[in-house]
Design a protein around this ligand. Sequence first.
Ligand SMILES: C[S@@+](CC[C@H](N)C(=O)[O-])C[C@H]1O[C@@H](n2cnc3c(N)ncnc32)[C@H](O)[C@@H]1O
Ligand code: SF4
Length: 368
Amino acid sequence: MTNDELITKDVKSLYVHIPFCDSICFFCDFVKVKKTSDEQVWQYLEKLEQEIESYRDDLGNLETIYIGGGTPSCLNEECTLKMLQILHPFVKENIEYTIEINPEKVSENKLELYKKFGVNRLSIGIQTFSNPLLKKIGRIHDNLEPIRVIELARKIGFENISIDLIYNLFEQNKDDILVDIEKIKELKPDHISWYSLILKENSIWGKLKKKLPENDEYFDEIINSKLIELGYCRYEVSNYSLNNKISLHNLSYWNNQRFIGVGIGAAGFIEMNNNLYLTKNEGNINHWERIDQLLSQKEYYFQIIMMGLRLVDGIDFSKVRDGALALDYFQSELKIHFENKLLELTDNGFKCTPRGYEIMDNILLDII
Ligand SMILES: C[S@@+](CC[C@H](N)C(=O)[O-])C[C@H]1O[C@@H](n2cnc3c(N)ncnc32)[C@H](O)[C@@H]1O
Ligand code: SF4
């Protein structure tokens, strides 16, 4: 958990993982533990502080900070204050500073504390506005809590509010999706991440070996067309923005920028001594260490294309470092997809055509 080497001057984003949750949702595969005490959280924050300190020289030019989890909002006010104080030295003017919050237990005080320390973007995990479904997926809030939090947050002055929803949940039907759309129409969040259910082995449902429902494409089409009717812009496979309030933090991932991740389970993408590494913090909440995976040239170029094609506007060579080299590297494999009009050149890069976007995985399989 020490880092003596300067990683790169180009680190623009920091991800901070807070692994504690008040209860565990059945679908969730993220790194998290059930919170047992405030002392447990405090001790975790002390280790986090040491880890961040070890990166101090790399974090001078941050453009985004993202506190995710787990449930960062389940920390009591004392721990919340400590967490915000640890990060405070890296909060510069004009930074995008996001915290993930769950609708339950978010008090006015806590929101004010976030605001006071420069947090300017909230990402609220709602998942669905159907109360019966919320129960079935193991959530502990009802559909009124998110409305309360959004109203409160706006009153306090947050002008960039994102919500997370999931579709293709078990027993979710078209009417449930239309209720979610109606709520979006009323609440007008600035940003929506709406992912299809993913079932991974480590989630409670994954362990029960449940099979995914088959409504994925059907719901995807409804969601796309309805959100576009409401004025949202789909800028990435599962992300939509109003008035161009895209997630700059996530954009840095899709645009192949270097980032550091701190806390248990956090991933990063860094450059050391002219080599590129994907990093992952492995261990437990009491002790974790960074495992570095050296990227080969092929893996690096593949990553650029895999991440960049997720954006509707694709890979812009003026924003994506080495984007042009990646296209050049895979030109013989990608030629056929340009000819078949699944990929197309843009003014300064390339992207999927609408048809290519639907079958992006097949394109990627050819270069993996
Ligand atoms: C890991 S959670 C952390 C934030 C917060 N604790 C919450 O529950 O919203 C971030 C988001 O990932 C999404 N997510 C988590 N597990 C998922 C799954 N198995 N399939 C699809 N989306 C998932 C949810 O929408 C969730 O809001
Ligand atoms: S979805 Fe959020 S609240 Fe639920 S277990 Fe995962 S991290 Fe915790």
